[in-house]
Design a protein around this ligand. Sequence first.
Ligand SMILES: [Zn+2]
Length: 236
Amino acid sequence: MEPQVTPSIAPDQEAEMVIVITDAQGNVRLTIPQSEAVRLVNDLLADVNPSNPKNSYMTPFMAEKISWVYTETQAGRLGFNPYAGLFTTSDGRPKEATMMTSGYTSRNNDAQPPFMPFVNLSISRLFIILRVQQNVATGFNQQVKNTFALMLVHEAVHLEHTAEFYNQKRTTEEISQEEARAWFEVNIKAVRQLRASGQPLESDFIEIDNILLRCQDDPQCPQFLKYLNDSGKVPS
Ligand SMILES: [Zn+2]
């Protein structure tokens, strides 16, 4: 594989800004100096670089997709946008069920060129998983590294589609099918192999793999589609 240059993010102008993450009741769960958030994201981007020899455990599919994200980001053809977001919903569930989302800018976007692919990273979600759910005080652990890598791959699978596909009005059923396609493909070509090699994985990945195994790897299996919907993985 070609050596891959790691993209990185830069701090906002307000370098001392603090990101405050609250729960559904408005209680502060975490305050994160922006410098810490930027450092963590850049460390993760460097650590999941497929050309890093320690990442030989990644499948060729993972390496190909992450390399694509890095190449496109470095070339300025893909926007990688971390954002603070909020961690509150009325029903108490995390607002961002997944760490990343992706899409294309619209025709009338002043900030970025029209129809440009982007990956959005929820800093709130990343820090909640790390510091609250997994109780990792500094840096990150192997499990969160794997989630970060798998979500980059997941968004790259979505972005196989054109801007026309993404930006057209899609039915709930079509949105659900596209989410199922991405989770299925990443499961079959990455998660299952990581699991077999003993890599630590977030429980959602393991649950989905278990469901697909029970479904004989049928991507239309009702149990699989229901799990994606119920766990908030289908954007509404
Ligand atoms: Zn998705």
